[in-house]
Every structure is written in structure tokens, then in C-alpha cells.
Design a protein around this ligand. Sequence first.
Ligand code: HPA
Length: 245
Amino acid sequence: MLAVIGGSGLNQFPELEIIEERFLSTPYGECSAPLTFARIENQSLIFLPRHGKGHKLPPHLINYRANIWALKEVGVKQILAINAVGGMGDGIAPGTFVVPHQVIDYTWGREQSFNFLLDGYVNHIDFTHPYSARLRDQLINSLTEARLPFQAQGIYGCTQGPRLETAAEIQRLIRDGCDLVGMTAMPEAALARELAMDYAALCLVVNWGAGLADQELSIAEMMQILASGMNNIKKTIFIFAKNTI
Ligand code: HPA
């Protein structure tokens, strides 16, 4: 079973053939929204908007543990995460799609782990490669089939938010090697790994990182790029679902 976790701009997905909506309570509390059980391209799919249906939850207040736990509980094996991000690297201008291959986690104070034991010991998961190679390949093939320009790799620096970064913070992220900056990759990816679920992300760059553009950041412009990229994100999700086995 495939799940899509929608990010900013993808809080609703009316193109889905909805079967039911189910609200799950978990040992970790409530999910961001009811899970939407749906079908696309003859494939079952569960949709969950990370920020809630009306985009009410800021990145640092999302209950990532409840979201991932609920998806596991209903049988999800693969997660495709959608993230709006800022761009920093060469060729990563606003409007670009990126399939990140690495993460640096700058968040703090978020519940990072389910804290369960493995054979009686603390469960130190292997996170060398935070994204599933198989799902990344499938995503790259889907973007190619959709004829969309994209970058097939990138390092995602995950900041705490909800404010955007200072220019100096962006320079630090660049020195660290980050290509993208966003607020929602972590701990989501690590929690999925703890529960042995395959996880990959499709990122849409909606602005230059703070201080990199000539003009100041404009939230209205970010929203506009987000809105115009959404159809292509949905198109990619449809192709991705069709190719999921
Ligand atoms: N910084 C952090 N998160 C973001 C940005 C950004 O510039 N753009 C979209 N999400």
C-alpha cells in the first residue's frame, strides 16, 4: 500500500477517487488529518496532508509520530512525501523539482523517535541513506515519464521554522553542502525508517534561500510557484502510483 504525505500546497487532493476517510488515534496522539483512502490508476492510495486539511499546523507542531504510526497501522509500506523547499544550489532555482538523496537535520525539540527497543536494546536504525533507493528510482522514472525537468539528487537541510532563515543561516547551510532548505523532512523520514517503511520525497523549489535573490523573499510569489507546480506534482503522483507494485 502506498501513501502520499502532502506538504504545503497539497492539503486537498480532489482528483482522487475517495473511498473513505478514517480518523485514527494512535499511542502518540492524533494525526494531522483523517486518512483518506482512495484509488488512482487502479492502485490503492492513502493521502495524508501533513499540515492538516486547512494548513493549520506549522512544521514544528506536526505530530510526525502519530502520522507515521497511523500509516503503518493501516498497512502502508511505501511513503511518497511532498515538500515545498527553498533552493540554494546550482540549477536549483524556483520552479525546479528535486528528488533529494540526503538530509542534514537542524531541527530541535521535535519527538524524533518511537523509542522502542530492539532485542532489549535502544533501536539505533541505520540512516546512512535516508531515502529508499528503490522509491527514488521510481520517482525519477515518473518525473521522466511526466516530461518534467528535475534534479535527480540534492541534500535537504531541514530547519526548525516556522520562520524562514537568516541570510547567514543560509550561507552556513551552503557551507554544509545543502542544496535545499525546508522544515518538514525530519523527523518524518527517520520515523518511517524506524517502522521499516520505504520513504522518498518529491520537493518543489518555491523560492531562493534567504539572501540569495536580488529581491526580498515574497510569500505571495512562493505561493504562486507552489500553486503552478501543483498540477505537475499531481501528474507525477498519478504516474508514480500507476508504476507502484
Ligand atoms: N526555508 C525553509 N523552508 C522552506 C523554504 C525556505 O526558504 N521555502 C519553502 N519551505
